[in-house]
Write a protein that binds this ligand. Structure first.
Ligand code: COA
Length: 297
């Protein structure tokens, strides 16, 4: 689908994306690049980085890949500094790297829990921490009045609770807290906007194949009202809105992009039954209210 945004809305911007070589992260790299940005991507696997970079370059997008693990502070520092060396500045940091697998709490070791928090929550904070000096107003490559932007990819699992996702729910709750607290503190002190996006199920991603493997996925469309599989494009368009001037007054928000799925509840009664019964039940409750004491006189 064509983008509704002009192709130069991110002209001259430099974007660093963790996890930017695959899945939602690669969708963001591609659309940011198509709208004028230069792209640096960070990931653990060289082969994934190499093919992502050549795919971007074949679209005419200035792109570079840096191998690294967001769990290692020295990698975070090196990749941020390499981005500056390569492109001269940093305008937007996207934290899209994440870890996930299905597991019940009793089968999850504390180290498994910690591993996902390390990637999603601590990794997000570490990248923000290392990027601060370049994103803040007056930082290298920036003018003295305008700061950059941070975009954290989150989820909706932790708004309620979700089966087999205790580790990810905890991790994404922490990511949202990082988004809000940095929005307050770094928005005030350094003019950096910090926002998040909480995607629903997005097709053709590792997340989707891990959380909804064919062997056990069943028919979610029948179970959950509002269940629709989104596209990477949907997340990228939300990101473009937040990253462009269109979003200049948005700070500290995590935008849910899931077709309303997180609000889904099973329908308790058929609509026809409600139509037929509701007035009758109302009448009955007025004639004989439940819980009103009967007179002893
Ligand atoms: N069920 C239960 N525990 C699991 C598990 C599973 N499916 N997969 C990993 N673990 C546990 C391991 O047993 C280990 O705990 P232990 O030391 O107590 O045994 C811990 O998690 C770390 O696993 P390890 O394989 O050493 O970590 P890793 O750093 O190589 O990989 C993961 C990290 C597990 C998050 C891996 O899935 C990953 O790299 N994911 C990135 C891609 C991804 O998930 N994308 C989807 C994003 S939505």
């Amino acid at each position: 689908m064509e983008s509704p945004f002009k192709s130069d809305i991110l002209k001259g911007k430099v974007v660093l994306l963790t996890g930017g070589g695959s899945g939602i992260g690669f969708g963001l790299s591609t659309q940011f690049g198509k709208h004028g940005a230069s792209i640096a991507i960070m990931g653990r696997r060289k082969s994934v980085l190499d093919s992502a970079v050549s795919a971007l370059q074949s679209l005419g997008i200035p792109a570079v890949g840096f191998q690294g693990d967001v769990r290692k502070q020295e990698d975070a520092k090196r990749v941020v500094e390499s981005t500056i060396q390569h492109f001269g500045k940093l305008d937007i940091l996207v934290n899209a790297a994440a870890g996930n697998f299905l597991v019940s709490p009793e089968d999850l070791s504390p180290n498994g829990f910690r591993t996902v928090l390390d990637i999603d929550s601590v990794g997000t904070f570490t990248m923000c921490h290392e990027a601060l000096k370049y994103l803040k107003k007056g930082g290298p490559g920036r003018d003295s009045s305008t700061g950059g932007l941070i975009l954290n990819i989150s989820a909706t699992l932790h708004y309620t609770a979700y089966w087999y996702q205790i580790h990810v729910s905890a991790a994404k709750a922490a990511v949202d807290a990082v988004t809000r607290n940095l929005a307050l503190e770094w928005g005030s002190d350094y003019d950096i906007r910090v926002n998040g996006i909480a995607p629903g199920p997005i097709g053709d991603t590792t997340g989707m194949s891990k959380l909804s493997p064919d062997e056990i996925s069943g028919n979610s469309e029948e179970r959950e009202p509002l269940y629709k599989i989104g596209e990477k494009w949907d997340i990228a368009m939300a990101a473009l809105y937040l990253a462009s001037d269109a979003g200049k007054y948005v700070n500290g928000t995590t935008l849910v992009v899931d077709g309303g799925l997180w609000l889904s509840r099973p329908r308790r009664f058929p609509k026809e039954a409600v139509k037929q019964l509701s007035r009758a039940v109302e009448k009955r409750s007025r004639v004989a209210p439940v819980g009103v004491p009967t007179s002893k006189l």
